[in-house]
Design a protein around this ligand. Structure first.
Ligand SMILES: [Zn+2]
Length: 208
C-alpha cells in the first residue's frame, strides 16, 4: 500500500494562520484548538517565517474542523471568516507590491479590471508557492475562484461547504482592492461535500 499523497503550505503561511487565529481568539483560544486538534507540538511554537513547504494540508483542515467542534458550526464559521480576513492583512497583502498591485497603473484601473488582474495574481501566488491549486473563471459578471486542491477541507466530509477561511480571505482582499467596498462572496461547492472543487463565487459589483 502506498502512503496517501501529502501536500503542504509554506511554513510562513502556517505561521500566518496561527498568528491570525491568535489575533481573533487570543492565545488561550489557539492553545485550546491545538490541544483538541492533537497538535501540541505547535503550542507556543509556530512554524518559522520561511518558504519551506512543511505545513501539511491535514494540519490546516484539522485546525478548521476543530474550530467548528469547539464553537459549533455557526460560531466556528464566524471565527474562520475573521481568521481569513486577518490572514489577508497579516500575510497575503504583503505580496501586493511584488505582484504589482500597488503601482499607480494598477490603482487607476476600473474596478472590474482590477479584480480580474488581482484575481489572477493571487491565484498565481498560491499555485506557485504552495501545493494549493487555484483556477479562475469569469462568468456573467462574477469571478469564480476554484480551489482544485484545497487545504482547508483536506480529507474532510461535510454536507455544506466548510472553507470559510478562504471566503474571509477573499472578502478582505476585495475590501482592500476596492478601497473599502463590500462584495457578496460565497462558497457554492466544496470538495468536502463531494464536489470536484471548492468554488467561491464573487459578485464583481459591490453590495455597498
Ligand atoms: Zn475546500
Amino acid at each position: 500500500m502506498t502512503a496517501p499523497a501529502q501536500f503542504y503550505y509554506p511554513n510562513r503561511m502556517g505561521r500566518i494562520i496561527l498568528l491570525s487565529m491568535e489575533e481573533v481568539m487570543g492565545r488561550n483560544g489557539v492553545n485550546a484548538v491545538l490541544k483538541l486538534a492533537s497538535l501540541p507540538a505547535l503550542i507556543e511554537n509556530y512554524p518559522p517565517d520561511n518558504p519551506g513547504l512543511d505545513f501539511p494540508f491535514s494540519t490546516v483542515s484539522n485546525l478548521t474542523e476543530v474550530l467548528e467542534q469547539l464553537y459549533g458550526p455557526h460560531g466556528g464559521r464566524g471565527l474562520a471568516l475573521r481568521v481569513g480576513r486577518a490572514c489577508f492583512n497579516n500575510g497575503v497583502r504583503q505580496y501586493s507590491t511584488q505582484l504589482g498591485l500597488t503601482e499607480m497603473a494598477f490603482r487607476l484601473l476600473p474596478l472590474p479590471a482590477k479584480l480580474h488582474t488581482a484575481g489572477y495574481a493571487f491565484a498565481e501566488l498560491f499555485n506557485k508557492f504552495t501545493d494549493q491549486k487555484v483556477q479562475i473563471e469569469e462568468e456573467d459578471g462574477r469571478l469564480l475562484w476554484h480551489i482544485e486542491r484545497c487545504p482547508l477541507c483536506w480529507e474532510r466530509k461535510a454536507h455544506d461547504p466548510v472553507c470559510h477561511l478562504a471566503v474571509g480571505l477573499l472578502q478582505e482582499a476585495l475590501y482592500w482592492l476596492s478601497g473599502g467596498r463590500v462584495f457578496n462572496v460565497e462558497e457554492k461547492t466544496c470538495i468536502a461535500a463531494g464536489d470536484k472543487a471548492c468554488t467561491i463565487v464573487i459578485d464583481q459589483s459591490p453590495i455597498f
